[in-house]
Ligand binder design. Structure first.
Ligand SMILES: Nc1ncnc2c1ncn2[C@@H]1O[C@H](COP(=O)(O)OP(=O)(O)OP(=O)(O)O)[C@@H](O)[C@H]1O
Ligand SMILES: [Mg+2]
Length: 288
């Protein structure tokens, strides 16, 4: 079971995140990134965060500690933003918390070197969980105290959106050509040799047991929540054993800067007058 704490103060929304996660303080004096059950992405996103985050941690990959966070929406009453107010109101009860890494920076492939072994582990792990959200456009990795940390495992395990087709879906290949770590020569074979044997039925049952019951109840086709937990195990177990044979890395690509969010891109783009002035001063076209 994950440790359960209670949110005591809503600090600020994290606007970079599509699901509008928030920073909160809790009664254990910790600071957490809170992901809300009431967010439009739905509670399956939180189930995926727990199963994949806990699996990664058990395999020795760096993911900040996860907790469950009790929320009384009353703590957000003075929050001026209506969108945040509504999110808090829709999320009373148990939510997900991830330890906040203060001073961490978003992963920048041009500024941070990843060795092929570590890159291989991350790509292999993302293939196992079918993560579609670690591309160079949106790397969902942080650099903290010189180390790489993985966050945001909400968009994974696509098969949990259609359980009748889960086995077939979980047998599909993984296209890693857009992966943020594809340019770092990921040694996927070494990663699979080291990590695949660790992904046992027992380990998967333990990480599935960390998902709170209330995020699993009433799933169509499943009576008890334990039956649904078992379905996650049955999908991941065979995939972990063989997915390394079905990972496409594509041709070796150059490292590309991840894309800034729209509002920042606009500010970074050279203003037309500035380019014009530059041309007249230097006598040449600075855009070429
Ligand atoms: N544990 C953490 N410590 C510090 N900053 C974090 C942490 N988790 C998330 N963040 C910051 O918050 C942003 C949003 O988090 P995250 O990607 O998990 O949210 P999301 O709503 O799932 O986003 P997405 O739009 O990628 O689906 C991250 O890009 C990062 O800047
Ligand atoms: Mg994200």
């Amino acid at each position: 079971m994950l440790t359960e704490v209670t949110a005591t103060r809503y600090v600020t929304p994290l606007r970079e995140g599509g699901s509008l996660p928030g920073i909160v303080e809790a009664d254990d004096l910790g600071t957490y990134v809170m992901k809300f059950t009431g967010a439009g992405q739905g509670r399956k996103t939180l189930v995926a965060e727990v199963i994949c985050g806990q699996l990664a941690r058990r395999l020795g990959l760096r993911v900040p500690e996860l907790v469950t966070l009790q929320l009384d929406p009353v703590i957000g009453l003075s929050e001026p933003d209506q969108e945040v107010q509504e999110l808090l109101k829709a999320s009373g009860g148990l939510n997900l918390g991830m330890d906040f890494l203060p001073g961490s920076l978003g992963f920048d492939p041009l500024a941070y070197e990843v060795d092929p072994r570590e890159a291989g582990k991350v790509v292999w792990f993302d293939a196992v969980i079918n993560n579609v959200d670690r591309s160079w456009r949106n790397p969902n990795m942080l650099v903290w105290h010189g180390d790489l940390w993985l966050i945001d495992h909400g968009a994974t395990m696509i098969w949990h959106h259609n359980w009748p087709g889960a086995q077939a879906s979980a047998a599909k290949p993984y296209d890693a050509s857009d992966h943020a770590l594809a340019p770092f020569a990921p040694d996927v074979a070494a990663a699979a040799a080291e990590l695949a044997p660790l992904v046992t039925r027992e380990l998967l049952e333990e990480v599935a047991a960390d998902v709170p019951d209330e995020w699993l109840v009433d799933e169509p086709g499943f009576g008890a929540t334990d039956a649904l937990r078992a379905a996650y195990v049955e999908a991941l177990l065979p995939r972990a054993a063989t997915i390394h044979e079905r990972i496409t890395l594509g041709p070796r690509t150059e490292r590309r800067a991840s894309q800034p969010p729209g509002w920042l891109a606009e500010r970074l783009a050279p203003r037309p007058q500035a380019v014009e002035k530059d041309r007249t001063e230097t006598g040449k076209d600075s855009t070429t």
